[in-house]
Ligand binder design. Structure first.
Ligand code: ZN
Ligand code: ZN
Ligand code: ZN
Length: 357
């Protein structure tokens, strides 16, 4: 028995009827636009206290630490001569410790589209109740500041129809063998069915190879309904959580490439998170407060439009940077040791150990 008979005939979900789901008027098949959240921004919380002043400094690097960082830097580059790191004489160290302000805005955005899937027993609940609006549908938010995606079938938008690709049969004619169950000519008998006046063993005298696509059936499972005969059409809600991170590094005029600082961490001076944060105040360097105020304002305007802000977090780090000058072979050179990780940035004077120094 054809399972299509189990369902009352349902008119195809085309055009107007589906355009009329309240809250989903603009939804189209194959991907809709992002939906602005209905929630207005809430008032901003009161100011946060700054860090304790004794935290604002980092002890200077000792020469021993500077030299060993430089040695391991040289040995990490297989072609570098160890001579400058081993024999160089440190003449001066100078701290250029700098602040990094980081703002993270964790957002949720939602979009909808009409979707179809093989019917696997889901209830056809179209219009049995009013569908919840896109931002009323419950979604399982991940931990804050973690990227995540979820797809949800919106309740009361599902209907069931016969699969039109297979006319609800669940199977279609195999396109490889055109339904015959047999494919190209047998390679043993060359399509004749006989070999040395006897019936060909390889093809049982058929002269053709068995079709592997349909396993000699001539029919195969319908790709559209995966053999289920029926399709479920529904509104798919796509929910996406993103962490939008922006850094501001206060310029330190050490001569070092600031891009290198992305790879390291610093001493954490201050961190707070809440729904909508208030810019930091009370730091000895006014550039931090300025960056914080500008970025918080930008993020709340930018990410509060097409998405919903769930949480914000701001961090102030003090990144240690030491400029080390040293003499090697009569010339003065410099390198930088930076970050909690004691990474080194240098214009190394002996980048090829093949040359005898
Ligand atoms: Zn054959
Ligand atoms: Zn076939
Ligand atoms: Zn089908």
């Amino acid at each position: 028995m054809n399972s299509a008979a189990m369902y009352p005939p349902v008119s195809a979900p085309a055009g107007n009827m589906f355009g009329n789901v309240p809250g989903y008027e603009g939804t189209v098949a194959g991907g809709g636009g992002y939906l602005p959240p209905p929630m207005p921004l809430e008032p901003i919380a009161p100011p946060q206290p700054g860090p304790a002043p004794e935290d604002w400094t980092i002890p200077s690097l000792t020469e021993d630490v500077a030299r060993s960082a430089f040695k391991s830097y040289a040995s990490d580059h297989c072609c570098y001569s160890s001579s400058p790191a081993e024999d160089g004489v440190i003449t001066n160290t100078e701290p250029f410790n700098t602040y990094r302000y980081r703002l993270e805005t964790f957002t949720e955005s939602r979009s909808t589209e009409w979707a179809t899937k093989p019917h696997e027993g889901e209830q056809a609940d179209f219009y049995t109740q009013t569908a919840p609006r896109p931002w009323e549908v419950l979604a399982q938010a991940p931990n804050y500041f973690t990227k995540h995606k979820q797809e949800i079938r919106v309740p009361y938008t599902s209907s069931v129809q016969n699969c039109s690709s297979c006319q609800a049969a669940g199977t279609i004619v195999c396109d490889k063998c055109q339904g015959s169950g047999y494919d190209k000519n047998c390679w043993v008998c060359n399509g004749t069915g006989t070999k040395l006046d006897e019936s060909c063993n390889h093809c049982d005298g058929k002269g053709k190879e068995r079709c592997e696509e349909c396993d000699v059936n001539g029919m195969k499972k319908c790709d559209t309904c995966k053999g289920k005969r029926m399709l479920l059409t529904y509104i798919k809600l796509k929910v996406e959580w993103l962490n939008n991170v922006e850094d501001h590094v206060v310029s330190q005029n050490s001569g070092m490439d600031e891009g290198d600082l992305k790879a390291v961490s610093g001493k954490e001076l201050f961190k707070n998170s809440q729904y909508l944060i208030y810019p930091v105040t009370g730091f000895p360097n006014p550039a931090i407060a300025e960056a914080s105020e500008r970025m918080v304002r930008d993020h709340q305007a930018k990410y509060g439009q097409a998405s919903r802000i769930l949480q914000q977090r701001q961090t102030v780090e003090l990144i240690p940077i030491t400029k080390v000058q040293y003499k090697w072979k009569g010339n003065t050179h410099a390198y930088y040791v930076y970050g909690n990780e004691n990474k080194v940035s240098a214009d190394y004077p002996a980048t090829c150990c093949c040359v005898i120094q």
